[in-house]
Design a protein around this ligand. Structure first.
Ligand SMILES: [Zn+2]
Length: 85
């Protein structure tokens, strides 16, 4: 019966490995979905479309050491500088 037990332990190990692989795949899928959701951004002040988002950083001194963020609407192209938090 010893061989049967050893075989079942081996099976458990294989199960755990494939579960970890599935978890990895799921995490990658979630990360991908999150990165796809991110670009939606906020409501554009100009065209009111839901596509106003962070475009690039504007490095600048002043404003208490805070940087400016360039926000851009992906629909009408409206840009606005915003103080970074
Ligand atoms: Zn817009």
């Amino acid at each position: 019966m010893r061989t049967v037990k050893a075989a079942s332990i081996r099976m458990e190990r294989v199960d755990r490995q494939s579960t970890e692989m599935r978890m990895d795949a799921l995490e990658r899928r979630i990360a991908k979905l999150e990165s796809q959701l991110q670009p939606l951004g906020a409501t554009c002040p100009k065209c009111r479309a839901f596509g106003f988002r962070y475009d690039s950083a504007v490095p600048r001194t002043g404003f208490g050491g805070k940087n400016l963020h360039m926000m851009k609407c992906r629909f009408c192209g409206f840009t606005e500088e915003k103080l970074a938090d």
